[in-house]
Design a protein around this ligand. Structure first.
Ligand code: GLV
Length: 308
């Protein structure tokens, strides 16, 4: 029985070692060297190969190597195939670090100070205490909750929004489309961590921005598909939004002419908020294989209808 790995080839070498050491009964194969496809029961992947059912006829489960699974094009996969997201503690830790850095950068006006430095200007701006800065988190799963805990420690005023109702100590929680306007009007800094689904594609658009308070900022660390980029540009250029920090883009990397590259009130990073680390993710992946072998549900198994 074999597992096929189809993700970052450099980290593949470490995955191979970990399987050899801790799970020698599972043969590790790295894309594109599939060997006899009939042996392959598990696929660990960032993106699935086309025509999976024909290519891997005995596939039992697809174990994503990422926290988000939209890039797998779920609708093209066999409908009964179990698919699990990667709940690697390193991903959560990375998302917490990035969110903290981005919130503090916006809170402490670092986009403005970056521009001032370039213009050789030494102007100070009044500090807002963290308790008066309202940070709203869209997406209250494992990562959203960990980020909320971290930001609580820094004293920010926190709220959260998700499709379904949540109760999180110290976080004012809102749920569903009906409560979205009430949530948005209390966000000075909005963080998007949502899964990308048919319902959330393009959710960060002009209508949403209008409902944020004047001078609010955006952090997108979900997927590029959440953001209507032209609407962000309009909201920044009209002065309604003050700034944006973006780790994900519609097209990665953006084309050379993309207006965000040189925008004074946008900071971009190349989808690095978090990364799956084989050393912490291996235990999660192996546990899921063992669960599947015992006929138990997978950790992080997604609902094929909702897509997350
Ligand atoms: C990265 O974007 C992930 O979904 O893990």
């Amino acid at each position: 029985m074999a597992l096929l790995y189809k993700a970052d080839p450099q980290r593949g070498a470490r995955w191979r070692q970990l399987f050899a050491e801790h799970a020698p009964d599972i043969e590790f194969r790295q894309w594109p060297d599939t060997g006899d496809p009939a042996d392959i029961h598990y696929l660990a992947a960032w993106q699935a190969p086309d025509d999976l059912a024909t290519l891997l006829p005995n596939l039992k489960a697809l174990l994503a190597i990422s926290a988000g699974v939209d890039q797998l094009n779920l609708h093209t996969l066999p409908p009964e195939l179990p698919v699990a997201r990667m709940l690697d503690p390193s991903i959560t830790a990375g998302m917490c670090e990035y969110a903290t850095w981005a919130v503090l950068s916006l809170h402490r006006d670092m986009l403005l100070y970056r521009n001032q430095q370039q213009a050789m200007r030494w102007d100070e701006h009044t500090l807002v205490p963290a308790g008066q800065r309202r940070v709203g988190i869209m997406g209250l799963g494992q990562q959203g909750q960990a980020i909320a805990r971290q930001l609580q420690g820094l004293g920010f005023a926190l709220s959260g929004w998700a499709r379904s109702a949540h109760q999180i100590e110290g976080v004012e929680c809102f749920a569903g489309a009906q409560q979205l306007p009430a949530f948005l009007q209390g966000c000075d800094i909005l963080i998007c961590l949502l899964p990308l689904t048919a319902q959330t594609r393009g959710i960060l658009d002009g209508r949403l921005f209008e409902q944020l308070p004047q001078g609010a900022s955006l952090i997108n660390m979900g997927r590029g598909g959440h953001l209507v980029e032209a609407d962000l540009l309009a909201a920044l250029d009209s002065g309604h939004l003050a700034g944006a920090i973006l780790d994900v883009m519609q097209q990665e990397p953006p084309v050379a002419e993309h207006p965000f590259w040189h925008h004074p009130r946008i900071a971009m990073t190349p989808h690095i908020a978090a990364m799956t680390h084989p050393d912490s993710a291996f235990a999660v992946l192996l546990d899921n294989i063992r669960r599947h072998q015992r006929g138990e549900p997978l950790t992080g198994q997604i609902d094929r209808h909702t897509g997350y």
